[in-house]
Every structure is written in C-alpha cells, then in structure tokens.
Design a protein around this ligand. Structure first.
Ligand SMILES: [Zn+2]
Length: 508
C-alpha cells in the first residue's frame, strides 16, 4: 500500500479525547477516528481488526464453526431478542441431529460464538472453552487478562488506566465488573418477629434521615427503588434491598429477561399504591416485586408505610409482603467482603475484553429416544474495540505503537528518501514478491516526518532507502525497538521473509 494514496492521517496534535491510553495512540497512528461517542475504523485500523479476527477464528477450528450474521447480543433489545432467538431455534433445531453447532458472527465491533448444544450446561462449557482459547490468543499477543465471574457469566478483564470499574479480591483473585460483582452477605441473627407497627417519621424520606431519626443502623431498613421497564407495555418494577446496599440495574434487568429500565415517576409510584419517600412493598399492586435475597433473612426491618410521614417497624418478609422474585440484586461496592474468602474487595480499572454466558431459552428438541429436552444456548464474545485498545496500550512505546508481528497491519514500513526513490520501488516489489505486506511511504515529505509517522504507526520493521543508505551499501533496516543496520539490497526481502516465517505462524 502506498502511503501517498492511503486514507487516514497520523495526528501530531495530541487529541484531548480519548485520554492518554491505547485509544489515544490508535487515534494518533491513524487507526481510529473518534468523534464524540463514535469510533471510525480507518483503513489501518480495519486491517488490524481483520487480522485479529483471523487469529481468533483460527483457534475455533476444532468447533467447526459456521459463519452467520446475527444481531449483536450486547446491543440488541434483549426482551425482543429472546423472542427472536426462540423463533430461530424452533425453526432450525427440531431434533438431536441438529446439535451441537457452533456459529460465528462478526458484527460491528464484536466477534461472537454461538454455541448450541444438547443441554445448557454443555453449551456453557463449550462457550467457556472458546473464550479460553481466545484469551490465550490475546495473551500471546501480549495482553494480560484477569478472570472475572458473576451472574453465571465469565469475563476476561484487561487492566487499563481509564477502564471501567471492576472489583477484585487481592487475596483470592475473585473479580467482576462492578455492576455484576457479588459480595458475601451478612447472616442476620434470628429474632422473634415483632408486630407490624406504624411510627410517625416526619421528614425522614431518605434512608439516612430515617436511620438517624430512629437511631438504628441503615442495615435495619429496607430501601425501595421504583423502576419502569422500557417495553411497549411498560411494567412497574419494585426492587427492595437493605438500606445499606445498592441495587444493581444490570442484575435486575437480566432477571427481568434483559429489558431496559428507567426510573419510575411519582405518578407510576402512586398508581401502584405506594407513596414516594415512604414506599414499601407492603400492599403495593400492579408491580413486579423483586427483593434481594438478604431481605427474607433479615427480620424486623423498618420500611415505608405507604403513608406520608410514616414507616412501619417489625416488617417481616413472608408475613407482611411477598415478592415475585428473590435473587441477588445488589451491586457490590469497594470494601465489601469477597464472596469467596470474605476479604475486602478493591476497585480496579479494566476493560471487559472477553465474555461468555448461557442464554436462557425454553425451546425443546427431540432426543434420540423421542423425548423433549431443552436446547442449550451460550455465547462467547470478544469486544474487538476494547481488545484493540488494550493491545495498543500494551504495544506502545515512548513515541508510538509497537505491534507484535502476528497482529501488525503490515509487515514492513518502507520509506523512500531523496536519491533512493527508484531503488525503493524495486525493494517494494521484491518485498511483495516474498509474500510480505508493505506500507510504502512514497510521499514527498522530509525524513523527520516519515520517521515520526513510522513510529506512530508502529510496524515491526522499518526499511529506509535513500542517498545515504545507498552510499553505505544498501538499505537501512530497523526493527521497531532495535538498532538500525545497513543490509545489502538483495538481502532485504529474503531476510525479512525468513524472520517472519519464524515469528508468525499464520503464514497467510
Ligand atoms: Zn477473595
């Protein structure tokens, strides 16, 4: 590829956004253009992405994957997605003869493997296995990952200075993205249930004010959060956690089949028979009540009386109210006890690069015995944008990027300087004849500009042909992070081909 004709300019001005991490260097090296929240993959970036996808797909060969184009599960409206998945399976998986299958889709910025198996456990195991193979590829490219788990999902997290918040246990290594992290829950002591008693609590419409007013810890209160589902017929959702904990919206959304959630307004709350600021699940109607699994274990809580200025004491789950669902819906916080070993969790910043989980479905197929069994479905995916950004962050040196040879968008960065133009053309052809891909800087620009661009782009080898190198006996050849040497012209292409044969096993 001749740089003269290439679309995409390296950026000398340091962009204010993205922050100075892998994304910043991708913008400077003309891999990405970033505008607001949108990311535009330029020709160099697209080559890099295609290369990464090729490497990732190659390791799934043993699953005999078939390519499909499916919606992006991470972005789809999950409620309608579940219906779509059901119709897909009903139409295409009638019996055991159509299982197992592995499908690969590559939409937008995500590579996804869809695993269909004879039961949910087998599907999850295969998806986790594919995820492990992908993580091995990424680690082979120099990207350190640490595992995260939670809500029946697994993640591979890449530490990043400006990443998303995750929680990690320094003692046992448990980790998860913050909204999905779990914590060890307290074990409240048994108490005899007290009678449900209204108490006047004027001006105590927050948990903190209530706890102070009654002189009790926040852990003895129940906190109500009202939400509305983003559906054509919105449902009102009433989530209840202990007053000292926070609701995890992603966990709640997943429990409800993946619907989007937004805060309910006061009218919604009053329609369900509750009073804002003094709300509790006692006597609410026309709402889906979801309580955290700690609530049924916590006797004699204080909760709203659904009456302005009043709370109840002695609130007990089962006797005073019921829930439609009981599950872990709490978002763990830094300092909370690790679910495995009880030590305090620490906040770390990371990008969730890989992910796998089972997808719930109740579609059945016919077994060899003619019985109905549930189709197992699981997905594994790689977020290609986070992967490339994290790889860039780890592939950068002081003055630009330094891609590993397996991933670099081109093998050789060839530079023609004054007096070497004609011979550089010959080297360009010779390198390609050896099967190498070449980014050829044939522009009329100063050596300084060309060398700076080569550093920003970060290919493994730089070959320079100019009056000076020719006088010294050939081309100046420099590995990205090594010293320049003069090689005789006729040796350049075969020696680089031999080097690549040793350092890249995809040969393609
Ligand atoms: Zn731990």
């Amino acid at each position: 590829m001749r740089l003269r004709a290439q679309f995409g300019q390296t950026q000398r001005q340091v962009p204010r956004y993205p922050p100075e991490d892998g994304r910043h260097w991708l913008v400077r090296g003309a891999y990405w253009h970033v505008f607001g929240d949108t990311r535009w993959w330029l020709p160099l970036g697209e080559r890099l992405r295609a290369r990464l996808v090729t490497l990732l797909e190659a390791v799934t060969a043993s699953q005999a994957p078939q390519h499909v184009a499916f919606p992006d599960v991470a972005r789809a409206d999950l409620a309608s997605f579940a219906d779509a998945l059901t119709s897909l399976l009903e139409a295409h998986v009638p019996s055991y003869r159509h299982l197992p299958r592995c499908l690969l889709s590559h939409t937008g910025e995500r590579l996804t493997a869809w695993v269909l198996a004879s039961d949910p456990e087998a599907a999850r195991e295969t998806a986790a296995q594919i995820q492990g193979q992908w993580e091995a590829v990424l680690e082979g490219l120099g990207l350190p990952l640490f595992p995260g788990e939670g809500a029946e999902a697994r993640w591979g997290l890449a530490p990043a200075a400006h990443g998303q918040e995750a929680l990690r246990c320094p003692a046992c290594g448990y980790a998860a993205p913050q909204p999905w992290a779990t914590r060890e829950k307290p074990h409240p002591e048994d108490e005899a249930p007290q009678p449900l008693t209204p108490v006047a609590t004027p001006h105590a419409s927050t948990i903190q004010a209530l706890a102070e007013f009654l002189g009790i810890p926040e852990s003895q209160t129940a906190k109500a959060v009202f939400l509305r589902t983003q559906e054509s017929h919105p449902r009102l959702v009433f989530a209840v956690v202990r007053g000292d904990m926070q609701v995890s919206l992603p966990k709640l959304s997943r429990l409800l089949g993946g619907v989007g959630l937004e805060p309910a307004d006061e009218d919604d709350i009053r329609r369900a028979g509750a009073v804002p600021g003094y709300a509790s699940p006692i006597q609410v109607h026309d709402a889906v009540v979801v309580v955290d699994d700690l609530i049924p274990l916590s006797p004699n809580l204080v909760a709203g009386a659904n009456r302005e200025g009043y709370h109840f004491t002695g609130v007990n789950y089962g006797r005073d109210f019921q829930a439609d669902m009981v599950a872990d819906i709490v978002a763990a916080q830094p300092g909370d006890p690790c679910p495995h070993c009880g030590r305090p969790l620490e906040a770390v910043l990371a990008w969730p690069v890989t992910h796998s989980r089972g997808l719930a479905t109740d579609v059945t197929y016919l077994t060899p015995e003619g019985k109905a069994a549930t189709v197992g479905v699981a997905v594994a995916d790689v977020d290609l944008a986070w992967a490339v950004a994290a790889l860039a962050e780890h592939a950068r040196v002081e003055d630009g990027l330094a891609w590993p040879p397996m991933l670099a968008p081109y093998d050789v960065h060839l530079i023609a300087l004054r007096g070497g133009e004609e011979i550089a053309e010959a080297v360009y052809l010779a390198l390609q004849d050896e099967g190498l891909t070449v980014l050829y800087d044939d522009r009329k620009a100063s050596p300084g500009v060309k060398f700076t661009d080569a550093d920003l782009i970060g290919l493994p080898w730089r070959v320079t042909v100019g009056k000076r190198s020719l006088k010294q006996g050939g081309a100046e050849v420099k590995p990205r992070q090594g010293e320049a040497e003069i090689w005789p012209l006729e040796e350049v292409a075969p020696r680089l081909r031999a080097w690549y044969a040793e350092h890249r096993d995809d040969a393609a």
